[in-house]
Design a protein. Structure first.
Length: 474
């Protein structure tokens, strides 16, 4: 048995062990947080909660490479609808199977808090993603290392989830009712928070935003959707005419965890008024200096290694959501980002996320970006709570979204396209919640490729996918 599988099973065993003692009195099917308990340590009150999500999905996709369960979204139709895949060929085929992670990356986590003085308490959170079938920890870097060239036939991508315990979150800090929350560790970048909240289709695999770091908060560099070795401060203030919120964050070093080179900072702010159709408006900006994007190496001899490409990042985002009735919520947003020449030509010749970095800088993906590459995505959609319209269907909701992603002409990173390249996406999720623990869903997406670079796609111009799944939350 592999080490990562052992770690996942160990965490699961710990949850079950504790639940049989400290949480013996819980009502698993009906409690909001069945594995949460109160604590008192030396007169300081606190709480401890074990939680998790197990999401299993069967997916059919009409074009794409084989699914790789090391990824947080093994089936990711939007990424398969890229110029790279549309022009490759023989390996791109219809795919189907039990991929898991249809709506959410399966995970186990522990979080808690302990009062210190007044309204101030110590808080922490450690969250680990895994594949529900194999038990292996989610590890996008592994998918890249195992696919050193296109001959492997498996889909591989970079991500901010790269193996180990706490691969989704691992941070601690202080929280105060008046002074806000300050945390340090591995946590979401500001833009990931606001884009994820406004995404109308909450699906890691069937929404283009989903678990994508590229357009889901990383500003084109997927590992930057979550920041390691980062400080993050958030607070809000009730004006009496709505709540103003704000977040600032700073990452020491780069996204590989190297604290000696690079940095990132970001900020977001917003306004919420529950009396104005539950209006919520957010805006944010992020800058990354000398951050790394990861790739599969281009040669078979580099099996077990990954490529890195360094760049600077500028990104901004704006989102808006409204709830005009109790059964309908609409939301949308816009995200623009630019990847450009890094400040330095530095390379970490050692390792990244536990894998050796390929050292031959003659390969395309192992060269730092030179020049500017600009992208933007706009999206809009909503959620309809059918159960609030028709009581016998309590628990049934429908989410739908439209997404327009554009790679601007002349982008260095896209082979100097002579005209804009677009991917138009339509996504749908129909979900039925049986109770507080279990739900089942149907999901679908169509991703249409339009005007890709100097010539249109030659093998296919759209990617369709359908999924059926069941999810348990606790």
């Amino acid at each position: 048995m592999k080490l990562n599988k052992k770690l996942a099973l160990a965490v699961a065993s710990a949850v079950l062990s504790i639940s049989s003692s400290a949480f013996a009195a819980v009502d698993f099917m009906n409690d909001d947080a069945p594995f949460k308990t109160d604590l008192n340590i030396a007169g300081h009150n606190g709480d401890l909660q074990f939680y998790g999500i197990i999401d299993e999905t069967w997916v059919y996709q009409d074009h794409g490479l084989k699914f790789d369960t090391a990824l947080p979204n093994p089936a990711y139709p939007w990424s398969s609808g890229s110029p790279k895949f549309s022009r490759t060929s023989p390996l791109v085929d219809s795919q189907s199977g039990w991929t898991g992670q249809g709506l959410q990356n399966s995970r186990l986590g522990v979080q808690g808090g302990l009062s210190l003085f007044g309204d101030t308490k110590f808080i922490f959170n450690v969250e680990t993603g895994f594949d529900p079938v194999t038990g292996d920890l989610t590890n996008a870097a592994k998918s890249l290392a195992q696919q050193p060239n296109s001959g492997a036939g498996y889909f591989a991508a970079d991500s901010s989830i790269n193996g180990g315990l706490g691969n989704r979150a691992a941070f601690f800090g202080l929280e105060d009712k008046s002074f806000g929350k300050l945390t340090f560790g591995f946590q979401n970048a500001p833009l990931k928070d606001i884009l994820g909240a406004a995404d109308p289709v909450k699906s890691d695999s069937f929404s283009p935003i989903g678990e994508s770091g590229k357009i889901g908060g990383g500003g084109g560099v997927s590992p930057d959707a979550r920041w390691t070795n980062s400080f993050k401060y958030s607070n809000n203030y009730d004006t009496g005419m709505g709540v103003i919120n704000g977040t600032v964050a700073y990452q020491i070093g780069n996204d590989t965890g190297d604290m000696s080179h690079g940095y990132a900072w970001g900020a977001s702010f917003g306004y919420h008024n529950k009396n104005w159709w539950d209006l919520d408006a957010q805006a944010g900006y992020q800058y990354g200096n000398d951050q790394y994007k990861a790739y599969s190496a281009d040669v078979a001899s580099a099996y077990g290694q990954i490529d890195l490409r360094m760049m600077n990042i500028h990104a901004n985002a704006f989102t808006l959501s409204l709830k005009p009735t109790e059964y309908l919520k609409v939301s949308g947003g816009y995200n623009w980002y630019m990847n450009s020449t890094p400040t330095d030509a530095y390379y970490d010749e050692g390792s990244a996320w536990g894998y050796q970095v390929y050292s031959d800088h003659t390969q395309t993906h192992d060269k730092n970006i030179t020049g500017d590459s600009r992208y933007h995505i706009a999206f809009v959609g909503g959620e309809l709570d059918i159960g609030k319209l028709y009581a016998p269907l309590q628990g049934l909701t429908v989410q739908a979204g439209l997404y327009d992603y554009t790679m601007q002409a002349g982008n260095i990173a896209d082979n100097n396209f002579t005209k804009d390249g677009d991917v138009y996406s339509e996504s749908l999720v129909v979900d039925y919640r049986f109770n507080k623990r279990f739900d089942a869903y149907f999901a679908a997406t169509n991703n249409k490729l339009v005007q890709l670079g100097s010539s249109d796609a030659t093998n296919y111009t759209d990617v369709k996918a359908y999924g059926l799944g069941v999810r348990m939350k606790f």
